[in-house]
Design a protein around this ligand. Structure first.
Ligand code: PLP
Length: 483
């Protein structure tokens, strides 16, 4: 049995206790090894104030494994009543996700958990979404803790902590942990899959003009290197049906097609594609289906295995609100073995172990820890509520602009085909100019898109975005359109 005893600590090393009963501080295992750790304080000693080291006891003493398990969920105060207050938390529990999406009081309270720049309205959350304050604070603690233990952390804890984070991420993805690897971003995840194939000259790959630029570039790079053939389709903005999209992709398949890349949510328009249906059609021809889920993960409610694809990639610093430099790669168990790693893993990694793909050498392990805090925050809100709120925000501004003089909407007209991301342009006003004027004249930050036939600014609100901010955006667009 292990038991824990807190060290006599100086001011800088005092443990911090949050109101929900999580603490972080310096402890020693009986036997002498000191470490910054965190865990749940027994209810009797949780008070919500900073406590002295002596006043905190792990009670009863836990076996080390149990203790680590208790760290698996979170190290932050991510309980909904702590985030928005008990009254709003209770109200949320009694409302449907659809109803809650329209409850400004609830979302304004949650907004208080983010530190927002007052100089502008940020409607460009699709690139990188800031961490909520509790996640950021926990992350800063992780940086200190890892630095404090240094090589001791790397040798004794880094691997097991990463495994805990992988398990938490698998829970969010709804998948078997053995099919999931933590990476740095979507780029790395998809490039691992693309470059991991055993390419033969004349093999073909299919993707869309609307796929993310560097994903297309990677396939072109492989084409130049291995003599494979790239076939592009162009996804219409307003398909009449899912079948039209399935047929669009199917028309590009040939007996030589080996890989299909599909975006789950097109980053420039917000268009959500019927990935499962497209994948089912590709599988009739034995084609490997890789999905770019950079914008769909932690934005839409789904379980990765339900899509019936072979590989799925996402960036966790976008909609999951993780520290920068976190991504995931999911590969169907039966397809892991055939992929070659890009960087050699340790010699004892089995070919069927997905972790053979993400070996990096020494890397910023605090990101692995911050991942669990972001997950805890995300799970407290709940994906159904998050999806409903993001869709509501997009519909809120879009319905107020559609049909207005000179306004051009570059997002599918069927609201079910998009969620939080939308795109809008103004006839006769260059997109770069529109982006600039929105910022300089109206203090609204968006990104201009002028690629693959899409000409307009991408608008990506987040959970902290309010309807009144969107009113300002709508007003600014109407004024600019009026000339
Ligand atoms: C659709 C899509 N795929 C891939 C990426 C690349 O993401 P990252 O830079 O996090 O790898 C992005 C980035 O915005 C994207 O929008």
């Amino acid at each position: 049995m292990w038991s824990l005893r807190l060290l006599e600590v100086d001011r800088a090393e005092r443990p911090v206790v949050w109101p929900c009963g999580w603490w972080c501080g310096k402890v020693v295992w009986e036997g002498g090894v000191g470490a910054f750790q965190s865990g749940r304080v027994p209810p009797s000693s949780a008070s919500g104030t900073l406590r002295s080291a002596e006043s905190i006891r792990m009670n009863p003493p836990m076996h080390k494994r149990e203790f680590l398990k208790s760290l698996g969920g979170t190290t932050i105060a991510a309980m909904l009543p702590a985030l928005v207050g008990p009254a709003l938390s209770t109200r949320a529990a009694n409302l449907s996700a659809f109803e809650l999406a329209r409850d400004e009081e609830f979302w304004t309270a949650l907004r208080g958990k983010y530190r927002l720049n007052p100089d502008y309205i940020n409607l460009e959350n699709g690139y990188y979404s800031m961490m909520a304050q509790p996640v950021l604070e926990a992350y800063l603690e992780h940086i200190r803790a890892v630095n404090y233990r240094a090589a001791h952390y790397m040798r004794r804890s880094a691997d097991s902590e990463r495994e805990l984070s992988r398990a938490a991420l698998a829970r969010v993805a709804g998948c078997d942990v053995e099919e999931l690897a933590i990476t740095r971003n979507t780029t790395e995840s998809l490039d691992l899959v693309f470059a991991g194939h055993d390419w033969r000259q004349g093999d073909e790959v299919v993707f869309a003009e609307q796929d993310y630029g560097t994903m297309q570039s990677m396939l072109e790079l492989l084409a130049a290197r291995h003599g494979i053939v790239c076939r592009r389709v162009s996804v219409p903005l307003d398909p009449k049906s899912d079948a039209e999209l399935v047929e669009l992709y199917a028309a590009a398949f040939t007996p030589r097609t080996r890989l299909l890349l599909v975006p789950h949510m097109i980053n420039i328009t917000g268009h959500i594609l019927p990935v499962a249906k497209i994948a089912a059609r590709a599988h009739e021809q034995g084609i490997f289906v890789a999905v770019d889920g950079a914008h769909a993960f932690a934005h839409l409610e789904f379980r990765i295995p339900d899509l019936g694809v072979d590989a799925y990639a996402a960036s966790l610093h976008k909609w999951l609100g993780c520290p920068l430099g976190a991504g995931l790669l999911w590969v169907k168990k039966s397809r892991i073995e055939e992929l070659w790693p890009l960087i050699a893993p340790p010699a004892n990694r089995a070919k069927g172990d997905i972790r053979k793909l993400n070996h990096l050498g020494t890397h910023p392990v605090q990101t692995d820890l911050g991942l669990r805090d972001a997950i805890a925050f995300h799970e407290e809100i709940g994906i159904a509520r998050k999806e409903a709120r993001l869709r509501h925000l997009k519909q809120y501004w879009l319905t107020r602009l559609v049909g207005q003089p000179r306004i051009r909407i570059n997002t599918p007209s069927d609201p079910a085909r998009s969620c939080g991301i939308g795109n809008v342009g103004i006839e006769g006003l260059r997109t770069a100019e529109l982006e600039k004027r929105l910022f300089e004249e109206h203090r609204i930050f968006v990104v201009g898109i002028d690629t693959a036939g899409v000409d307009g600014v991408r608008v990506t609100p987040h959970l902290y975005t309010t309807e009144s901010e969107l009113d300002r955006f709508v007003d600014a667009m109407r004024r600019l359109a009026a000339g």
